[in-house]
Design a protein around this ligand. Sequence first.
Ligand SMILES: [Zn+2]
Length: 410
Amino acid sequence: MTDFHAELTDRLIRYAAIDSQSDEDAPAQPSTAIQLDILRLLERELTEIGAQDVQLTDYGVVLATIPATAAGPTIGLLAHVDTAPQFNATSVKPRLIKGYNGGDISFPDNPNLTLSPADFPYLAEKQGHDLITASGLTLLGADDKAGVAIIMTAARHLLENPQIPHPALRIAFTPDEEIGRGVDARLPKDLKADFAYTFDGGALGEIEYESFSADGANVKITGVSIHPGQAKGKLVNALHLAAKIINTLPANQTPENTEDRQGFIHLTDMNGSAAECALRFILRDFERDGLAAKGALLRQTCEAIAATEPTARIEVTIKPQYRNMRYWLENDMTPVELARDAARSLGIEPVSVPIRGGTDGSRLTEMGIPTPNLFTGMQNIHGPLEWVSVQDMGQATQLALTLAQKAVTP
Ligand SMILES: [Zn+2]
């Protein structure tokens, strides 16, 4: 069995060095023009390896087909090219550590930083592996360039070996996943897949089909603005009302006080003045009822505070963001079972834990293309201690190849 390690190493190091950070505050699509650098490179590389229908859409997604060599459902393979806005992602210097010795890892550009197996038990399991990290000043961007490298490697292998039976595969490299804008309304139709997988998961064996259900809430508070010298009995300070709302919401339903299957109400932004103030919240829960209850609680809280100051106004707007993909996948577990079957045949024990977040697959699933999430090996994402094992990426590549073959109609 080919292990693909050299190719995966080369691809990840090349892709990670290209700055492609997304930006939540930029209205453009893709949010940052630099994402087009890697998107155009991938478009070129897909053409070079002989993929068909290679296209960079005007909404910033690279699409391509690996033509079928046998009958079966069309399977989409997705990864996102953007890196997280939460940490410096400019001038990433990826570094290969060959045959990891199991000890502490130091960083050439940041002597204060140590990646230790004592802090990260998964790292301790990877002794002898080839690891890739950044240099200490940036994130690595294995999230999700490991996914990109895995899909590109699997695609190259299948195109070079047309004797391997597999149905048609559709590749999609998306921008702006990290800011929740990776799935354009046109993508499901353009992807033309019966089901799909994102390669955007962590530890070896992860096959995820549950994500949060998510709403966003805006609270707009309009106070009563009067010169403070003549304010007695008239002024209503919007900032004071905001503080009351925040203090009335239950402290045990914040992200810092919840875990596992618990949802939360998270205040992400607060802006304004005594006259007018806006609060932004994200609401998360694995269940519809739980999510609706969180929205209702926020509304009730705002109404109760508003009732104490009849001359002020508090408006609450709640908008759906994405839904738990389990709602669709539990009706037809074929994509999940196919991935589990492929993993087991490689000697990998499948693990399914609910994702405390969303993926491009959450949106795609809701839009009609069931899309579970598969492991890539990436660890400690969105920060300077991010790392990935090349061997884990190799296993993910084998998983892609194996599930493509197992999807062939008997
Ligand atoms: Zn990701």
